[in-house]
Every structure is written in C-alpha cells, then in structure tokens.
Design a protein around this ligand. Sequence first.
Ligand SMILES: Cc1cc2nc3c(=O)[nH]c(=O)nc-3n(C[C@H](O)[C@H](O)[C@H](O)COP(=O)(O)OP(=O)(O)OC[C@H]3O[C@@H](n4cnc5c(N)ncnc54)[C@H](O)[C@@H]3O)c2cc1C
Ligand code: SF4
Length: 353
Amino acid sequence: MEQVVILGGGVAGMQTAAALSDLGIKSVIIEKQSELGGKVKTYDKIFPFFQSGKEIVKYLESKLQSSSLINIKTGTEISSVTGSAPDFQVRLTADSQRIPAQAIVVATGFEPFDASLQEEYGYSVYPNVITATEMEHMLDFESDTHGELTRPSDGKPAKRVAMIFCAGSRSEKLGHNYCSRICCSFTIKQAIEIKERRPDAWVTCFYIDIRTYGRGFEEMYRKAQELGIKFIRGRVAECGMLPNGDITLKAEDTIQGKPIRGTFDLVSLSTGMTPCVDAVKLMRILGIRVDEDGFFTSIDTETQPNISSREGIFLAGAVTGLKPIPDCISDGNAVAAKVAGFIKTQVVPQGFV
Ligand SMILES: Cc1cc2nc3c(=O)[nH]c(=O)nc-3n(C[C@H](O)[C@H](O)[C@H](O)COP(=O)(O)OP(=O)(O)OC[C@H]3O[C@@H](n4cnc5c(N)ncnc54)[C@H](O)[C@@H]3O)c2cc1C
Ligand code: SF4
C-alpha cells in the first residue's frame, strides 16, 4: 500500500494526514515535539472570530485517531533520506528503523523572530518588554498566569500597555524585508482581549500600516477602535526602562508629524515570523531549495505552490511563508490531492504492496 511521510505535526501536517486518509493513503507523521498541534495548540483565542486554537487541534487529533491509516511518531526527527521518488527510505534519530515512502511532505512550520536581535526595544534586557507569543501565553486562562495581565518584573497589574507592530519584519537592517502578513491581525485580536478583560486598561498600538484582510478582519479592526484602543501611526525608535520597571518609549507620529513619548507598564512586540529552525538541515537532508528569505521554495509560486524543487517532495503550511490557520488547513488538502495524483502516476516499488 502507498505510504507518505509527513515531517511536522502542526495543523498543516495534521490536515495533510487526515486528507490523505480520506483518499485511502497511509501516512506517518514525524513530529519532533512530544505532542502534535504545533504553535496552534497553545492559542486560547484566534482571529478574527475568537474561536479556540486548542479546540481546532483537538478536532484534528480526533480525525487522526479515528483513522487506521495514520501512524504518529513524536519526539523524533529524520536523520537521513535515501533513494528517490517513489522509493524513498527515511531514517529517524530515535531508532534505526527504515520507513519506506513514496512521497514526503514537509510541514515543519515557522519560528517567531528572535526579538533580542532588535536591540532598540530592549527585549531580554527589560523584563516588561515581551513578545506577542508571550502575550498569547499571558492571555491564556489555562496557563500559569491564569489569563492575568501582569508585569513580569514585579507581578503588578499591567494597565498601560503598548503594542509595537512589525517587530523583526519589513526591515532591511535585520535582513527581513518581508511583511509577516498576520501579526497586524493577531495583535489587534490581543488588544481586544486585553480591553475586554480590563476596560480601564490603556492600550496603544504603534503601527506602520494596518494590514488585515479577509472576512471578519476589518470588523475586528473597527471593534478595536470602538473599544477605545488607540492606534498611532509611527515607528518606535527606542524603549528604555525606569528604576520602577516602567518602560519609556520614543516614537514619531507620522500622521501628526511630531515626536511622541510614552510610559507603559508592559510593551508587547508583534514579532514577525522566520523560517523554521531546521530549514537548512532539512534542505541538506532532503535536497530541496530555500528562497532568499529562507523559506522553502516551490517550483512555481503561482501555479504549483506546494511542489518543492525535488520530485516527490511536497510543502504544506507556513514552511513556504507566513499563513493563517485556514490557509494551512487548505494547504493540507491541496498537498494531499497533489500527492495522490503523483502516486497514481508512479510504478509502485516492491516492498510497498
Ligand atoms: C503569536 C501568534 C499568534 C497567532 N495567532 C493566530 C490566529 O489567531 N489565527 C491564525 O489563523 N493564525 C495565527 N497565527 C499563525 C499560526 O501560528 C500559523 O498559521 C500556524 O501555526 C502554522 O501551522 P504549521 O503547521 O504550518 O506550522 P507550526 O504551527 O509551526 O507547526 C510545525 C510543526 O512542525 C514541527 N517541526 C519543526 N521542525 C521539525 C522537524 N525537523 N522534524 C519534525 N517536526 C518538526 C514543530 O514542532 C511543529 O509541531 C499566530 C502566530 C503567532 C506567532
Ligand atoms: S502584518 Fe502588520 S505588523 Fe506584521 S509585518 Fe505586516 S504590516 Fe507589520
């Protein structure tokens, strides 16, 4: 029987396995963490409709569990791939087992930008400067913070909150010229969550442009403004820290054309996304190409967005660039259809039947 190896068990990898199973094709998911779900398993609420990310992962897990065609291996990675399509042999770091695969799907996702590289904001130096991922964790009722927004330096409630957009994105200096596409949306979502929990909070968003798109996104942005969240168009030049832990911030209001200063309890950086940490390693093991931005290259972004530079290897989810969850789910379906088509045209090698 045909078998596909899927690298990465985030929402993209999970949906690929579920869709392959619907087509009667076996798959093995290789996930390096101890659990499936990728980044989404930790999201309490997702934009633009405030559903639970955790519930989406549970739903996908139930689909995988109900299929006899899906094998899941967690806590391991690939160590080598030999052969060529449709007769790959995949070896794992955890054991010496050889897994035959007619096709391989890369769904290893992305990594948030390392905010300490943007030194002017003082992340990892000032305790009350945090990243959007840490904000997501703070807002999660099931986390150790119990959804309380407090200052890491002294545990006091954070009432004056600043959110700095485009951290690590759209910057020639940092070598990330691209827009990360979804940080405007998750930041506005987080700002709304803060304001709804603490109507007395002062939430100020410092943005360059607001790039929200799709059904329900504009409404979410409007809701944020109606709730009294302040939007200031301007790049933040630098942050500083006062002896009491307050964060000071200097920016230029580019609409009013004047410099501004502010003092906040907590500053959250809307960190953009970078390629997954294993991109270079996987590129070497799999013999596929990455683009100038470090994300995996498809043979044609317009017409073949899920086909890698090597025959029999496919790409799903955020490995090719930043995508919201619904696009990753669609990618899983698209890749499954492409893999099924590919397998159909191949002669099944001995050992698969
Ligand atoms: C702060 C923040 C908030 C967000 N909020 C939203 C939101 O509200 N709505 C929305 O639509 N999107 C949101 N997103 C985007 C969302 O996180 C992505 O769309 C989604 O995680 C991409 O799924 P993925 O499966 O492609 O990758 P990932 O979620 O990154 O999963 C990849 C998986 O591959 C595994 N892996 C990595 N390397 C290897 C390897 N070498 N071998 C085996 N396994 C490997 C990882 O452990 C992980 O489990 C947010 C992103 C951030 C940063
Ligand atoms: S999505 Fe918004 S915050 Fe993110 S890089 Fe693009 S413009 Fe900046």
